[in-house]
Every structure is written in structure tokens, then in C-alpha cells.
Design a binder for this molecule. Structure first.
Ligand SMILES: O=P(O)(O)OC[C@H]1O[C@](O)(COP(=O)(O)O)[C@@H](O)[C@@H]1O
Ligand SMILES: [Mg+2]
Ligand SMILES: [Mg+2]
Length: 337
């Protein structure tokens, strides 16, 4: 059997070629997950085109409806949602989808689809109209209901440890697709002139220690003393405060450079703001594969048992040393309560 080393793939390889080479290491692989990743890549190319010309073709701004989170939907939230759902339906590998922009599970009608996808079609919605980096986030599971039957909530409400793939697309100064199937984290940069994603970042590892901290300063007064003192300590050490306000973009920077992203409970979001299934689980799988950590202040994000499609959680994610320090501070605080 070919080992991972035997099929090391050179930078500059297309996504397609990379997927094929990696698949060779798993003789039992059937190619369905590979095809699913290609379907996600296709949708992201279309969304990338829409984002780049949003201001020209009147798709900037509000759509005029609210999603189940009570958030005003941006036109691009809805467009990205439609594009991903259509690509995954047509691809045939996915039987059910849960999306930030949809109240309920979407039954794709692909009865023989073996996979389930959780989606944040457009992340960083508040940055859409101001030309700041935004993203899409995805998480993939094998279904638990028998193939051929109607999917249900049990297919979606699975532990984060059951993810078979997770990733994001970053629409920034360049467009990148970053994902893992549990064998390292790899990044691909999009060349629109060729319509191809090319391998640009292999085996991404986050530094154990970082010097960047990311949180919304406007929420500082809501934070518990343990969080406030951790932030003060970062400032005392002259770490850099960086906050884009798009989770994918803040996460990506911190993963490459070392750092921590914090979204603790606030008055407005007492259970945290970010959604477990399609924001925190996938990024937690990526960060653990990259050698970092992700907790809710009490336990690893991937160990949280999901109970609701759109449940929220506090999030502390990034360099292991920094997340460990925050989590220990919170544990001491909880123990004293
Ligand atoms: O404006 P706040 O409260 O700082 O929240 C920003 C966070 O909310 C989000 O925009 C939530 O994601 P969506 O845009 O997908 O709803 C994150 O990307 C970002 O990190
Ligand atoms: Mg989001
Ligand atoms: Mg979103």
C-alpha cells in the first residue's frame, strides 16, 4: 500500500490531481467524498465570481428577509446558499444539507447519497458590502440512516468527532480553499484565469505559541473576569490585536501566523454567537489537524454533543498554548463559582 510520503504532492498541483493522488492511499475509497469536495469547489468558483462583481450587478445589500437566527439576510447570503445547495444536489453524493440560511434540514432527494453537509454559505456577512474578506465554511459527515431511505436529524446532529471532512473558502486578496479529511490541512489558491485551484499550502501547522489576539473589543465589558484578565495579559505582552469581523479570515490569519480568536458569551449572545454545526465544528477539526486547540471554555469543541441544528457556543480557537491558558483561567473561574 502507498504511504502518505509515497504520494507527497508538489505545490502547484491542481485540486483535482491532489484529490486523486490522496485517494490512491485509500484503496477502499470509492471516490464519492472526492466528488463532493469537487462539487464544493465548483460552487465556490461561481460564488467567487458573484462576490467579485457584486457591486456591478446589483447583488450587494439586503435581501429583505431574516434567517432563523433573526439576522437580516444579505443578497449574497442567499445567492451563496442557492449555489452550494444546487451544486451538492446535482453532484448526487449528498442526501441532506443543514445551512445557516435554512430553518430545517434540506432533503436533496439523493436517496443514494452517503454524505451529509453542514454549511455556512457566506461567513462574515457584515463585511460583504465593504469589500473586506469573507468566506464559506463546510463540514461533511457520513449519513447514519440507511442509504436509500429519507434522511433525518440523526444524520445531521452527529458529534464533531464524526466529521469526515471540513474546510472553508476564503474570498480575500486571493481566493483559497482550505480543507482536511483527517490527514492534515491543505490550502489551494484559485487562479481565475485558468478556473483552477492549485495547491499552495501543504500540511499547514499553527505555531504552538502566537502573538495575535482577535475579539470584538465592543463586547469587552460583557466578558467574565478570566477573559478580561487574559486580554489584559495579551496587551501587557504587546501582542497584536487583530479583528476582521469575518471568522474565516481571522481564523485563517491566526492559523498561518499563530494567534487566538475569542468569541465569549455576551449580553446579546449569552451562549456565544457562533454556530456549532457549521462554524465551530469544522474550524475545530481543522485547527486540531493543524496542531492547535478549540474549546468552549469547558471542553474541546469537537466533544460537545449537538442537540439543535442552529445551536450556538462560546469559541476559543487557535494556538494550543494560548487556548490552553484561556481555558485554564475559565476553569478556575467556574470552580470558584
Ligand atoms: O460583529 P461581531 O459580533 O463581532 O461578530 C462577527 C462574527 O460573526 C460572524 O459574522 C458570524 O458569521 P455569519 O456572517 O456567517 O453570520 C463571523 O464571521 C464573525 O467572526
Ligand atoms: Mg458565519
Ligand atoms: Mg453566514
Amino acid at each position: 500500500m502507498l504511504s502518505e510520503e509515497d504520494i507527497a504532492v508538489p505545490v502547484g498541483t491542481t485540486l483535482d490531481r491532489f484529490i486523486m493522488r490522496k485517494q490512491e492511499a485509500f484503496p477502499y475509497a470509492t471516490g464519492e467524498l472526492s466528488q463532493l469536495i469537487r462539487d464544493i469547489a465548483l460552487a465556490s468558483k461561481i460564488i467567487n465570481r458573484e462576490i467579485n462583481r457584486a457591486g456591478l450587478i446589483n447583488i450587494a445589500g439586503m435581501y429583505g428577509t431574516q434567517n432563523i437566527q433573526g439576522e437580516e439576510q444579505q443578497k449574497l447570503d442567499v445567492i451563496a446558499d442557492v449555489r452550494f445547495i444546487r451544486a451538492l444536489k446535482n453532484g448526487g453524493e449528498v442526501c441532506a444539507i443543514i445551512s445557516e440560511e435554512q430553518d430545517k434540514i434540506i432533503d436533496t432527494g439523493n436517496r443514494h447519497g452517503k454524505y451529509v453537509v453542514a454549511l455556512d454559505p457566506l461567513d462574515g456577512s457584515s463585511n460583504i458590502d465593504v469589500n473586506v474578506s469573507i468566506g464559506s465554511i463546510f463540514s461533511v459527515y457520513r449519513r447514519v440512516t440507511p442509504v436509500g431511505t429519507v434522511p433525518n436529524e440523526t444524520d445531521v446532529l452527529q458529534s464533531g468527532r464524526k466529521q469526515v471532512a471540513a474546510g472553508y473558502v476564503l474570498y480575500g486578496s486571493s481566493t483559497m480553499l482550505v480543507y482536511t479529511t483527517g490527514h492534515g490541512v491543505h490550502g489551494f489558491t484559485y487562479d481565475a484565469s485558468l478556473g483552477e485551484f492549485f495547491l499552495s499550502h501543504t500540511e499547514i501547522k499553527i505555531p504552538e505559541k502566537g502573538k495575535i489576539f482577535s475579539y470584538n473589543e465592543g463586547n469587552y465589558d460583557d466578558f467574565s473576569p478570566a477573559i478580561q484578565s487574559y486580554i489584559t495579559d495579551c496587551k501587557t505582552r504587546r501582542y497584536s490585536g487583530r479583528y476582521i469581523g469575518s471568522l474565516v479570515a481571522d481564523f485563517h490569519r491566526n492559523m498561518l501566523k499563530g494567534g487566538i480568536y475569542l468569541y465569549p458569551p455576551t449580553q446579546k449572545a449569552p451562549n456565544g454567537k457562533l454556530r456549532l454545526l457549521y462554524e465551530c465544528y469544522p474550524l475545530a477539526m481543522l485547527i486540531e489537524q493543524a496542531g492547535g486547540m478549540a474549546t468552549d471554555g469547558k471542553q474541546p469543541i469537537l466533544d460537545i454533543v449537538p442537540t439543535d441544528l442552529h445551536q450556538r457556543t462560546p469559541l476559543y480557537i487557535g494556538s494550543a498554548d494560548m487556548v490552553r491558558t484561556v481555558t485554564q483561567g475559565l476553569e478556575t473561574e467556574y470552580a470558584a463559582q
